[in-house]
Design a protein around this ligand. Sequence first.
Ligand code: ADP
Ligand code: TMP
Length: 236
Amino acid sequence: MSKEKLYEGKAKIIYATENPEELLVYYKDDATAGNGAKKGTIMGKGIFNNKISAFFFNMLAKNGIEHHYVNMPSDREMIVKKLDMIPLEVVLRNVAAGSLAKRLGVEEGTKLSSPVLEYYYKSDELGDPMINQFHIRAMKWATDEELMQIEKMGFKINSIMTEYLKTKNIDLIDFKLEFGRFKGNVLLGDEISPDNCRFWDSTTHEKLDKDRFRRDLGHVEDAYKEILHRLTGEQA
Ligand code: ADP
Ligand code: TMP
């Protein structure tokens, strides 16, 4: 039976399921950078990101974070709760890298003395502009109560993941989250993978994330494989 495709994004395809409260997410190998300016394929990425995301959602649930993940019917697919997505990219940072290092003129790798949370408006046409809570309130993208919930969850997810990854000799530099509404609650949605996190080896500071693709550093697939292996012990 062919599934009804609802949306195709840059990294994933969303299908309807028989359950109106759930969606099927198919993880592709397609990779983009610079808001689609650079395009490519990372062999096996869909499988790595699906498994890595499922691992993080399960780990976060054990620590009291509510999320959309339901189960994984295949290596590239996950069933999730259908959320009314809040059009924000919520970025948490522990170490200056990427756009923050550029914006503040600090060297990449400079530790931030406290975590930083940033909001970007999710819009491909506008290139995901950075915004603050006043823009969000004025545009009614989320209520103040929802934002409070997002900030509380964002910082909590950051500390849970940072502590956990330390045990795998990985530094969590920064990452991007998306949230959505479900039956009156705010839930964590989308994915948590090397596509939307910066992971550095704690000893060598080697980049184990999508920066290897963005910056043409080579060994891109190996980085995704290494993260899955360190998290789950799985040898892909
Ligand atoms: P993009 O839209 O940025 O190209 P993807 O290719 O990752 O990104 O597509 C996945 C889309 O699904 C995103 O737009 C994301 O906001 C949305 N999404 C993620 N989780 C859910 C969910 N549980 N319910 C509804 N939409 C979701
Ligand atoms: P940045 O330094 O480019 O702003 O990225 C910060 C973090 O957010 C990094 O881990 C990558 C992630 N990210 C996304 O997942 N999607 C995006 O569109 C952007 C700009 C960043």
